[in-house]
Write a protein that binds this ligand. Sequence first.
Ligand code: ZN
Length: 838
Amino acid sequence: MKKIFVSSVLLTAALLPGVSQAEGATVSNNLVTGKPTEIRKGATTAYPLVAKIGSSQQVSVQDTFINSSGEVWYRITAGKYTGWSLANHFPVITNGFTLGKPATISESIVNVRKGASTSYAIVAKLSKGQQVSILDSFRTSSGELWYRIKTGNSIGWVLSSLVTVNDGSTFTPVAAAKPATNIAGLPTVGSYYTITAASLDARKGAASSYAIVAKVTKGQKYKVIGQFLHKNGEGWIRIQINSKLSGWIPVLKAAEVKPPANIPGLPTIGSSYTIPVASLDARKGASTSYAIVAKVTKGKSFKVISQHMSPTGDGWVRIQISATLAGWIPIPKAAEEKPPANIPGLPTLGSSYSIAATTLNVRKGASTNYAIVTKVTKGQSFNVIGQYMSPTGDGWVRIQVSSSLAGWIMVKQGTVSTPAPSTTMTVFTRNAVLYSNAGFSGTTVIERIPYLSKVSLFSDTKTVSGVTWVKIKTAAGNTGWTPNYEVASSQANLTHVYALKNAAVRKSATTSAALVVTLAENQQILVLNEYNGWLNVETGAGKRGWVLKTQTSPYTTKRLFSPETYISNNDVYLRWQKPSTLNLAYSTPAANQLKIYGGLSDVEIPSFAVKGIKSIQKVAANTTEKAVLITFQPGYSFTIRNYNNNITIKVVQSGLAGKRIILDPGHGGKDPGAIGPTGLREKVVVLDTALILKAELERAGAIVTMTRSTDVFLELAERTAISNSSDGDAFISLHTDAFNEKTNGTTSFYNTTVNFNGLASKELANAIQKNLIVSLGTYNRGVKEEAFYVNRMNELPSILVEMAFISNPSEEALLKTTAFRQKAAIGIKNGLQEYFNK
Ligand SMILES: [Zn+2]
């Protein structure tokens, strides 16, 4: 019996996680029951029944409590009974105001807060016209009337002037609007309070669980604008720190004013106690060793004036027997407190429970939110001294681990509360915290989640004050809530920005907030959240704070990242990822160098070596931008490709051998190209020349791809598609020119306006033109910039060669000969050789 009593007291602690301390300020006075109502020992239906009272009974309310499943319970006194009842059993307050009364939000945006003051955290935002139901009301010490409302799943407080009661009734709270009465023992509202402690944290609310808004120090003087006295006697005052900021500081310790707290399980002081047994001795003291002062009999009621609980768990109360006589009577536990029925499905009280799991956490309370007090292992057996079934079906038992230690273990996992976590995420932030609930206030810290640790994500999300929270299970096995920006499925999903020079990270999103750290130019910072033009950021060193968005620059548009090297088709590649918006270009500052630039603010320099590359350096492109400078080892060069999301450098050895060449004989099929005076068709000349060139190149060790090797028609886009989808090093389109009979000569064209490889194309054109002229002996018309489709839309170093004028009779005659075609092939091959020997 004794054990049972102890466990029922401890159950109170097990249910605490949902409690919102500051909400205890709200107490209504007299309520009338709507229907027959149960009174229980604690604020959940898991507690033993104290009594049942009928409908329309008047009760007085001493306290309110929100249990861990969100139910509001009132601690009430109804006649001789005291205990807890579900608040929604009391639809009517004695002045006629109905609980749960429908009302409408009457302003455009209304904040719903955790408590009845603007200093409380916002739990929801409502807009005009939204329907709510009013659950309760509270008049603050400054005279404001607040309604406690429910909307959807949110319960909180709104200023009454922002809500219209649908039936048009006006409502004055149960505690009639009184002028603010100062709480005895606390500095009065309106007075000035001088800080006596060396340093004190001013907080958002009147409890140390609230966020710190400022620090105040000894000797500073502030106006008192609010008071709050906790039921344990802890006193807080709200002070005006500056014109914009106020906060709560503690001024009275709980112990200093603590009234004798009511002992749970005993009739409360001030209540009326009815003798439940035939006869009881009232004694001078709270033990049978004291003298009897009177006898009291069954059915008689007496006022309780004191309580005592002996170390062995025997409860006594002191009752006022008459105007002049008081005495102590024992509270017969058996009569008043039936042993709590065993909860079906859980190990029975008093039984021995053997641990089946390899290892099990023993916790302070019956929830994974509680601290672990010890671990027990498979095969160990313990006496069951308490049971608890959570609203979601988690079954817990309290076990006696040793003579001095007891704790809770989970023995049955509910199905509702723990859906299988779906996704594994990584904590990429350095200050991640696991909270018992979604929201920074009114919630407890369960764990600091280690950087880069893995967590399992449940599907539950909640949005509180603009922050989306996710339910997770950490590697340590704790389940709770954290803002969604603390976790990501991969690093690629993180948002970074660059700092501008001297960008200031501040404690909060205002320029008057204290400085956390000053950032270096282009310092990379992780963005957690955005609010009102400010970014909530974390630096690589783990400093957190707020920076003005205007003091940052976008990250993803300016960086070469994730460098890698790989081998494909026997060629060595170096590749960087890049954002598609980046407009890159390159130059060759020296014969053995490649410089990539174009709007870069950063380049991730690889930590690995690449065969054929001597060095990779991040250098200045200009005063504001960066570039990457690649210096090749002697005998090595490159072919570069600018893809949408990466830039790829093929590191190649000098020489024609091993190079991949795409040859494009112009025209073909239905398109004869230009036709000479005697009827020679361009498509025939260029195909034959290309086939000769192919053989020459292959003899030199090159690998040749033909866009066409027969008399077929190809669209221009088909020709560039063959080139662009290849891993080629050069593209050459062969043509013969046409104008009039007199015009003659050889020309090589290239494009730099669109083709990323314009620079290489021009070099290629120069090399081939020079060698063609030597080989053919034709008139040198030079190299020319032109926007031919096959060059413009080509991504490789690409040229178009007009070998000679088919419209010129003497050049047409040359073009007819195999000798001329062979000379052209040799000239182009020599040009390629020169180009690849660079
Ligand atoms: Zn042509």
